[in-house]
Design a protein around this ligand. Structure first.
Ligand SMILES: Nc1nc2c(ncn2[C@@H]2O[C@H](COP(=O)(O)OP(=O)(O)OP(=O)(O)O)[C@@H](O)[C@H]2O)c(=O)[nH]1
Ligand SMILES: [Mg+2]
Length: 392
C-alpha cells in the first residue's frame, strides 16, 4: 500500500495514534480522511481507515450500552488453557454442533439461522492439556465493514491463537470459503506466515526511536525507516521487524498491523454429500493448497477424534515439564512454549529474574543419547522434555 500521503495527512495520523479517547480518535480519523487525496492509490487505505472507524463507533456504542446497563455482545473472551481457538463460519454450518461435540459447553443447536449471537467458549481436553474453543457469531458478507456481528467476530479472530474455518459441504462450500478468506483479508488477518512481521509500539515522549531488526530489510536501510517514521512524526517508539520487510510494509504497519493466525479448514456435514473428495479438491483450489482441509461430520463424528492432534500441530507449540532439583517427579502441568523455544524462553516464562540467576539446566528426554544432559540457556527444547533449572 504505497500511499505517498501529503505531510499534513501523515501528521494527522500521528494524532490519531496518540489519541486515547475513542470519540476523539474517531473525530481525528475523519479529519485524516479529509486530508487524503482520493485516487486509486489511496483507495485501499481509505477503506481500511473507514473500517477502523466503524469498529470505534461500535466500541463507543457498546460502552454506552454497558453504562445504561443494557448489556450487549462481548468483544473478547478471556483466554484459558493452552490456546484459544476461534470457530469462524457462515450461519448454520454447524459451529455450535462442533463446539458441543468437542467441549463441555452448553450451546444451542438449531435449524434456524443466526442462533449464536455472542461468542461461546468451551474447554477441549487433548493429551494432558486443554484448548479453549470459542464459537464466534456467524460471519456474513461485509463483516469486516461492520455487517452483522462482523466486527466482534473478526476482533475475536484477531485476538485468538488459531482459527477453525468451517464450511458446510452441502451448501456451496467454495463460495463460503471465498467469503471467509475475503473478510479475513479485509480485517488484516492472514492465515499464512507473512514474509514480514512488524510491530510499532508507541512510547512516552523522550524515549526516542528504537528499531530492532531481527530479520532483513529489503531495498531500504534503518535510516530510511527512521525518516519514514519522522515523516509521520513518530519520534518515540520501538519498532520490531521480523522476517523480510520493505519500506512499504513498515508504512502499512503504521496504519494497522497485519496479524498472522494459523488456520485449518473444517468441511462439515460430510454425511450429506457423496462426492466429498471432489468438493474438498475444489476447496483446495480456493486456498491454493496453503491450508489443511479436513472433511468432518458433527452428525456421524467423522474425523472429530483427529482434531486435537491437528490443532496442536497447527499451533506449533510444545509441552515442557519442569522439575524441582529436590523432587523426583516433574510437575504434571506442562508449560506451553512455541516450537524452537530454548531453555532461556522457559526460564523467562517461569520467573522474570530466572535468566539472570541461571546456572545450568538438566534435561531428560528419550531423544537424547543420555539423560539427564547438562545444558545451557541456548539449548533447544522439544515436546515432552523434562527440565530442571539450577539457579543462584
Ligand atoms: N447432516 C448434518 N447436519 C449437521 C451437521 N452439523 C450440524 N448440522 C445441523 O446443521 C444445523 C445448524 O447447526 P448449528 O450447529 O446450530 O450451526 P451454527 O453454525 O452454530 O449456526 P448459527 O449459530 O445459527 O449461525 C442444525 O440443524 C444441525 O443439526 C452435520 O455434520 N451433518
Ligand atoms: Mg451456533
Amino acid at each position: 500500500m504505497p500511499t505517498n500521503l501529503p505531510s499534513e495527512a501523515r501528521h494527522k495520523w500521528n494524532e490519531v495514534s496518540m489519541a486515547r479517547d475513542p470519540a476523539e480518535k474517531l473525530r481525528l480519523m475523519r479529519e485524516f480522511l479529509s486530508l487524503v487525496p482520493k485516487h486509486k492509490g489511496t483507495a485501499k487505505l481509505c477503506a481500511q481507515v473507514k473500517r477502523q472507524m466503524a469498529i470505534l463507533r461500535r466500541e463507543i456504542e457498546e460502552k454506552k450500552r454497558r453504562r445504561t446497563g443494557r448489556g450487549g455482545p462481548k468483544f473478547f473472551i478471556e483466554k484459558e488453557g493452552a490456546a484459544q481457538i476461534v470457530i469462524l463460519g457462515l450461519t448454520k454450518v454447524g459451529r455450535s454442533s462442533l463446539l458441543a461435540s468437542l467441549t463441555n459447553a452448553k450451546v444451542e443447536v438449531s435449524s434456524y439461522p443466526f442462533t449464536t449471537t455472542e461468542p461461546i467458549p468451551g474447554m477441549m481436553p487433548y493429551l494432558d492439556i486443554q484448548f479453549q474453543i470459542v464459537e464466534a457469531p456467524a460471519l456474513v458478507r461485509g463483516a469486516a465493514d461492520g455487517e452483522g456481528w462482523g466486527l466482534q467476530t473478526l476482533a475475536l479472530a484477531r485476538n485468538a491463537d488459531g482459527l477453525l474455518l468451517m464450511v458446510d459441504l452441502s451448501n456451496r462450500p467454495t463460495e463460503q470459503l471465498r467469503l471467509i478468506m475475503d473478510e479475513l483479508e479485509k480485517a488484516r488477518i492472514v492465515t499464512q506466515k507473512p514474509k514480514a512481521q512488524i510491530t510499532i509500539e508507541r512510547k512516552h515522549m523522550g524515549f526516542g526511536l528504537r528499531i530492532v531488526i531481527m530479520g532483513k530489510l529489503i531495498d531500504c536501510t534503518s535510516k530510511d525507516i527512521e525518516e519514514l517514521l519522522k515523516a509521520y512524526r513518530i519520534r518515540d517508539a520501538i519498532v520490531k521487524i521480523q522476517g523480510e520487510a520493505a519500506l512499504d510494509d513498515v508504512e502499512d504497519a503504521i496504519f494497522e498491523s497485519t496479524v498472522y493466525r494459523p488456520a485449518i479448514i473444517l468441511a462439515n456435514k460430510a454425511d450429506l454429500v457423496n462426492n466429498v473428495q471432489q468438493v474438498v479438491d475444489e476447496l483446495r483450489r480456493v486456498v491454493e493448497d496453503r491450508l489443511k482441509i479436513i472433511p468432518i461430520s458433527c452428525k456421524t463424528k467423522l474425523n472429530l477424534d483427529k482434531l486435537g492432534k491437528e490443532i496442536f500441530s497447527m499451533l506449533d507449540i510444545i509441552r515442557v515439564y519442569t522439575k524441582e532439583p529436590d523432587e523426583k517427579k516433574p510437575s504434571p502441568k506442562p508449560f506451553i512454549l512455541k516450537r524452537e523455544s530454548t531453555v532461556m524462553d522457559l526460564a523467562k516464562q517461569i520467573h522474570s529474574d530466572f535468566v539472570e540467576r541461571f546456572l545450568f539446566a538438566r534435561v531428560w528426554s528419550d531423544r537424547l543419547s543420555f539423560s539427564p544432559q547438562k545444558v545451557g540457556l541456548n539449548f533447544k527444547l522439544e515436546d515432552g522434555d523434562i527440565v530442571e533449572i539450577h539457579a543462584r
